[in-house]
Each structure stands twice: as C-alpha cells, then as structure tokens.
Design a protein around this ligand. Sequence first.
Ligand code: ADP
Length: 779
Amino acid sequence: RIGTAALAVQVVGSNWPKPHYTLLVTGLCRFQVLQLLKEKPYPVAEVQQLDRLEQFTNGHKSEEELGELSEQFYKYAVQLVEMLDMSVPAVAKLRRLLDNLPREALPDILTSIIRTTNQEKLQILDAVRLEERFKMTIPLLVRQIEGLKLLQKTRKSKQDDDKRVVAIRPNRRISHGSITEDEEEEEDHDDVVMLEKKIRTSSMSEQALKVCLKEIKRLKKMPQSMPEYALTRNYLELMVELPWNKSTKDRLEIRAARIVLDNDHYAMEKLKKRVLEYLAVRQLKNNLKGPILCFVGPPGVGKTSVGRSIAKTLGREFHRIALGGVCDQSDIRGHRRTYVGSMPGRIINGLKTVGVNNPVFLLDEVDKLAKSLQGDPAAALLEVLDPEQNHSFTDHYLNVAFDLSQVLFIATANTTATIPPALLDRMEVIQVPGYTQEEKIEIAHRHLIPKQLELHGLTPQQIQIPQVTTLGIITRYTREAGVRALDRKLGAICRAVAVKVAEGQHKEAKPDRAEVVEGEDFLPFDCKEHVTEDAKPESINDAADLALPPEMPILIDFHALKDILGPPMYDMEVSERLNQPGVAIGLAWTPLGGEIMFVEASRMDGEGQLTLTGQLGDVMKESAHLAISWLRSNAKRYQLTNASGSFDLLDNTDIHLHFPAGAVTKDGPSAGVTIVTCLASLFSGRLVCSDVAMTGEITLRGLVLPVGGIKDKVLAAHRAGLKRIIIPQRNEKDLEEIAAHVRQDLTFVLAACLDEVLNAAFDGGFAVKARLEHLNSKL
Ligand code: ADP
C-alpha cells in the first residue's frame, strides 16, 4: 500500500503502430494509501505522506543519526561509480550528485540506477525508515560491484573500450542470472540481440544477410518510440522466418501416386494421365524447371482437390492462394516498405505460412484477376510463373530476391478466355471437362455420400441412397458440369435424415416408433411405394413392415427426395417445345459446362427488320445476319417463301430471333447452324426434329466451320436426353474424348456444309423434298 508521489514532466510517444509511451516523472516522496475513494476512470485515494521532506533541507541532523551506516553506503556508492567510465557525461554527473545530494536521498537514487529486480526495488520503496533503507541497499550495491569486477576481468582479454552504461547493460545479466521478467526496454534490447543472432545463424542468401545486418544496425540506434522501429523489426522477423533453405524431401513413387490419385478422384482420366507424366519426369530429373500446369474447367469438377492430391503424393506442403477478384499488383508482389501499413505479397506470405521453400502453391481462379488503378496483378504473376525468372523473384516488401524455383505452381481457371495471353503462354493448359451422369453417380457413391455421412455422423446402417435416387438428384435437382450442387443436395438429405435418427434415438418403446412410422408425416422415410419406375412395389410394401425395427436404414426414394429437396427444379422439356415451326435446339458452351439452348424465331408483317433478343454479343449478332443472308440467297433453291409467297424473305416481313435464357450474356459463332435451321423451319413451315441438337459456325458460302467445347456440348445434349447431334465435320477428332457409353447413346452427323445440316435436322431431309412439294403444288 506504499507508493511514490511524482510529478509528470514529459510524455512522449505515439499510438502507431501500437500504443507506446514514455513518461518522464520526478519523484517527490513516499506515501501510504489510507482509503481508496474510487477506481474508475482512474484511482483516487486518500493518502498519507511518509517521507518527511524537511529532512532534505536539514541534512546535518540526519547524518549524525545514521553516522556509520550512511558513511558506509557513500563509500560503496563512490566505489561503484568510479568503476564506470568517467568520460561518459552521465557517469560524471552521477559522481557529482553523490557529493552534492543529501545522503538520505542516495539509497533511492542508486537503487533506481543499479541492476535489480522490480521486487527488490519495491522493497526499498516499502522501507520507510531511513536506517532500514540503507541496510537493504548496501547488499545490492556490493552485489553490483562484484558483478562489475567479474565483468571487467572477463573483458580484459577482449579489446572493448565501449564502457558506456547503456552498452554494458545486457552483459550485467551475467552477474545475476534470474532478472528478466519486467524490464520491457531491456527485454527489447535483448530481443534485438537475439534477432541479430538469428539473422547470423539463418541460412538466408548473402544479399539478404547484408540487408538484414544493415537494418539491425539501424534498429539498434533507433529509439523504440519511433514508428519505424516496429516496422524494421517486423521486417527483420519476417526475413528470419522465411524458409530460405528449408525444404521437405520429395517422396516420389509413380505407382503410389497413381493409387493416391485414383483413390481420391474418380474418372478425369486425361487429367490424371498428364499429372502422372509430369510427376514421372520429376522423378527422373530431380529439379525439373517444369511447365506450370493450369487446370481449366467448370466449377466443382475437382480442380482444387486434384492440386491437393498432387501435394499429398509428393509429400509436400500445400498452400492455396485465391486470386479471384484480386486487382492490386501489391497483393502478389507486396508493398514497398516506405508505405504505411506495407506488407509482403501473397507469395511470400504463403512461404512464411508453410515454412518450406518447396510447397505446392495452388493459384486458384487465375482467370478472375482484375485490373485496376493499382496495377495489373496478372503482370506481376508473369515473373512468379516463369521458370526462367522466378529463381530471383523480388517482392517489393523484402526488396531482396527469393528463389521460387523449387515451388510447384498449379493454377486453376474456369475459362482461358479471360486469362491474359502472356500469362496463358507460360502455363500448360489441361482441360477438365464436366462429368457425365454415370460418372457423377459413381463419384457420388464412392466419394460424396461417404464424406457427407461422416460429416453428419451417420452410418450406412442408418441411411441408404440407391443409385436411381442419385440419378434423380442429378437430373432433376441439379444442372451443372461439376458435382458441387450434387454434394450440397446430398448434404441436405443427410441433415434431414440426421434429424429423424436423432429423434428415433429418444423413442425407447417400440410401439411408439411403429406408430410414427405408420403416420402420414413419416411417409417419405419409410419405403412404401414409388421408389422408382424399375423398383418392385411389392418388395417395398414388404419393406414398410420391415422398417419397423429401429435398426432398419432409412431409404431415400423419390417421395423422400421431394419432401426434403422440394419439387424437382428441372424437367425434361425437349420434345414439348418443338411442336411448332421456328424452334431449333442449339448447343452452347458456358464456363459452367455445356448447355442446350432453344433458339426461337417468329415473323410478322413489317419492313424487313431483324430483331435479336437474349443479351447477345457482337459475334452472335453477326451469325444471325449471316444466317439470314445465306437463307435469302438460297431461298429459291430451298423453296423458302415469306408469308405472302415471295422468295424475298424479308419483303414486308420482320423477323424476331430470341435466345433464352434472356438474363445470360451469350456470344460466339457456334450458334450459326442453329439459327439457319431455326429460320429454315420458320420459312418452310416444317418442324425441326425434337431429338436433334446442333452446333457449328457458318460462312456466307454455306460452309460449316469447326467450333470449341464439343465434349461439354455433347455431354449437355446427352444429359438432356437428345439422340442426334450435328457437329462440324472438322470436329470429328473431338469425339474421341467422349466416353464410349455416351457415344453409344448418340448418333453424330458430321456436316461440312449447311445442306447437310438441314438434311439431318428435318425428318426426311430438307432440300429435295421441299422443292418437290412446291413444284407439285405449282403444277
Ligand atoms: P473446383 O476447384 O474444380 O471448383 P473442387 O476441387 O473444389 O472443384 O471440388 C469440389 C468437390 O467435388 C470436392 O469436394 C471434391 O472432392 C469433389 N470432386 C470433384 N470431382 C471429383 C472426383 N472426380 N472424384 C471425387 N470427388 C470429386
């Protein structure tokens, strides 16, 4: 309860980067707290003064009283001060003070100067009686003197002339080892020494070491209250932490890698083959300056998880860097240290996180980098990804080169269209197409369902999802190239089942349970009727009785699906929509995979205008104009007429073409053949076959040119239940990529010109028949 009254003389410091203040106070006297009046916002107390200040003015009296003791103390104090370097002004001043100050003040002053613990200092403060205070301080002085003697002995051998008080401070610790805890400043100083030691022992590059030593020299001279102190320290700490020379050992065995990849991922044969080739080359040639792999495909097809598997097979650390929406090049390269709040870029940060210099870095969504006023992050990535350059990657924050050549970079993207060409050029693109229905079913049963069961704490004894149900989810509740939505739907089912299982566990008595099962509410979960078309209702009726025992798994049938996921979101509407002329089915490619698209056309009286709707890009608009021009120039050949029987198709006629869905922007030349077919149907009044889909670019001469994304488009057509697909002849090679069972279900028409397209799109061909009919009628 004893404290020191003091007068604050000066406050220095700042709030940034963290609050750090230095207070200069002049001590006045000791006091004792009698009663605490209030604690907040600051303590207010009634105190009693303990030191009698008049003693100081009247020195002689007390000197007599203490006599011996004070004389002894004075001697020790002089001995101590004289051991220090008198040329230092602070020491000389202290020496003068010893003579000028009243003796009673000396114990307090010297205790504050010599090396003691806070506890010892507090004891001196607590000693109210002067005599007691002298007695307590003398041993401390003696200890300090002994310590200094020891120090001087050890120093003699070394030529060290810097004897300033500040400089010998850290070494004093040797004299009495246990003093560490409370002296923050000292501690900081020690930290700097430690940091220097770490820098010297770290395996950083020569250039980096030079910079660090320079910085640490500056740091030593810098007052801690300076904002730059914290910055420099952070910088040095990062430099020490970076894995300059630390790496994990690759364990590479192709056979094991193949097993890991196969176990983690079903299908994706092409991707797995390429990855294995890559790994095999790595096994043969140790430090491969390999190409950077870039997996391009729709979301949810397993690009990221393949990256993770590669890290697993190599036994390397894995780190994912999400680049979606990054629009500042400092995100990649860091800020210069001159900026407020500067920090290293994501690459260096990632290295610090993983702690080794050969991790697998997954650059996720490289196609979604954006440009802004803060520069182009894609340009910054160029240096990172170039195997010829990245051994000396320089982050702006570090300002020294770091070798990235050991890092294995894998990029992922949804489309290559938005990746800047220079960046694309540095990567080897591997297309990861969407999955077929059959593949999705396998993925669901091998990977997704077991994963979801585990996530929800369920066992296969509690829930059973037959393959037909999975197919139902895939066709009616999801429409995607990957399996993410499927995974979510399976999660929803598991959640619903978890509720039932948890409820069931509380029902001990069997009869109760039977009642619930028979009740209407529980219908979806018992296995009564309507499991699937091909399931046998009788056996399921039996199953209803069997469902009574508690250990019976809950079977997910279509009723249960409807109850949990709601009514089906997608329906097969193919045959329905083609019951009037002027509609054709096209195939479109989107970053989400392939899709089928109904192109609609209608005509009305007008002045020969063409209206296009459905958010079309320029290329698509051009395709529409091309299609109309070709049809107009060939109208006679095909006997196409407008409403009034004229071969000039646009005479007094307006045409409207629409491409659903209206909210999605579309572009590209591949809708050309679909537009021609759709318009041919409109002008001839004949229906396009309902089971035909088509894709291909057209020219004015009526040629059909090849287009991209054939595999995705074919898969989409297959998903939608179409039977015949018209593709450009020069795309024939792309069909090899398509799984055999999908090819079996479909008939492909390879068209080199528009005649062939029209012949295939209409029942019984187009050109010949149409002409004959017209000729007949004219006769
Ligand atoms: P992407 O990066 O392509 O968007 P992810 O790698 O995040 O997709 O994959 C989404 C989910 O789908 C993951 O949980 C992954 O395990 C699963 N998945 C995707 N493809 C497969 C596959 N072929 N086999 C097993 N699981 C898969």
